[in-house]
Design a protein around this ligand. Structure first.
Ligand SMILES: Nc1ncnc2c1ncn2[C@@H]1O[C@H](COP(=O)(O)OP(=O)(O)O)[C@@H](O)[C@H]1O
Ligand SMILES: [Mg+2]
Length: 243
């Protein structure tokens, strides 16, 4: 079988003396949506940041198309198509929508595909085209999340890692953002999705991993985890202890 697009093997990460990830392993097949769920502090953001090259692991491997990313810095990983949409969006509030999108295509390969990428973003998010000359800081929360994802699309991503896309959004906007993530995936981007909205995440993913205090404690298809009694108790609106 071909290599998965992304493979994390026995990853260990610490902040100083505080260990955050313990022997974390996961696989993301090309073209899939994989969800990563778990309570606050479980280590989800730490895992995404490690894959993006923002944190140095203590040990373990991160392979992209079978190649060890080793000590490649973030810029080189972006150039390979590994792009993160950070929690809290991190937009340039005083720049316009278009200027923020342009910054997403800052590397030479992405710059070469700028016009096509911009077409893709405006097809996915017509609202951004309408507001292209507005300052990012004046957009609604949902529009800002679209812009954060749009900026990632501008980088020409193969793997988009989205951290807490629906945080702070209304149920309607959350649904809309999920539809857009599915559309983005339909255009060929592989998606690794961190979400507190477990039910929706499990519904759109082909595979999911559950994290607890720095460990992967469970994995399966979205359907399997939706049917899992413990997961339902912990996450899907039924009473029980949190994972
Ligand atoms: N910059 C940091 N310095 C020290 N500890 C951190 C830092 N960021 C996260 N942590 C700790 O690492 C653990 C995992 O955090 P995080 O990856 O943010 O979890 P999640 O995204 O699942 O909420 C937590 O115990 C958290 O307190
Ligand atoms: Mg987090």
């Amino acid at each position: 079988m071909a290599n998965p697009l992304l493979e994390v093997r026995q990853l260990n990460v610490a902040y100083g003396d505080v260990r955050a990830l313990w022997d974390v392993s996961l696989e993301v097949e090309e073209g899939s949506i994989v969800a990563l769920v778990g309570a606050n502090g479980a280590g989800k953001t730490t895992l995404l940041k490690s894959i993006a090259g923002l944190l140095r692991p203590l040990g373990g491997q991160i392979l992209f198309e079978g190649e060890d990313l080793g000590r490649l810095n973030t810029k080189h990983r972006v150039d390979k198509g590994i792009v993160m949409v950070p929690e809290g969006r991190r937009l340039f509030q005083t720049l316009t929508v278009l200027e923020n999108l342009r910054l997403g295509a800052y590397l030479p390969k992405a710059r070469a595909g700028y016009d096509d990428s911009l077409d893709r973003v405006f097809t996915l998010f017509p609202r951004l085209q309408e507001r292209k000359n507005s300052k990012a800081g004046l957009l609604s929360g949902g529009e800002q999340q679209m812009l954060a994802i749009g900026r990632a699309v501008m980088a020409g991503p193969r793997l988009v890692m989205i951290d807490e896309a629906s945080l702070g959004l209304s149920p309607i906007l959350t649904r809309h953002i999920f539809e857009l993530i599915v559309a983005l995936n339909g255009q060929g981007a592989t998606v690794l999705l961190v979400e507190q909205n477990i039910h929706m995440a499990l519904k759109i993913c082909s595979k999911a991993y559950v994290m607890k205090t720095g460990h992967i404690v469970l994995s399966g298809t979205g359907e399997e985890l939706l049917a899992d009694v413990d997961v339902r108790k912990a996450y899907v609106g039924e009473r029980g202890s949190r994972l």
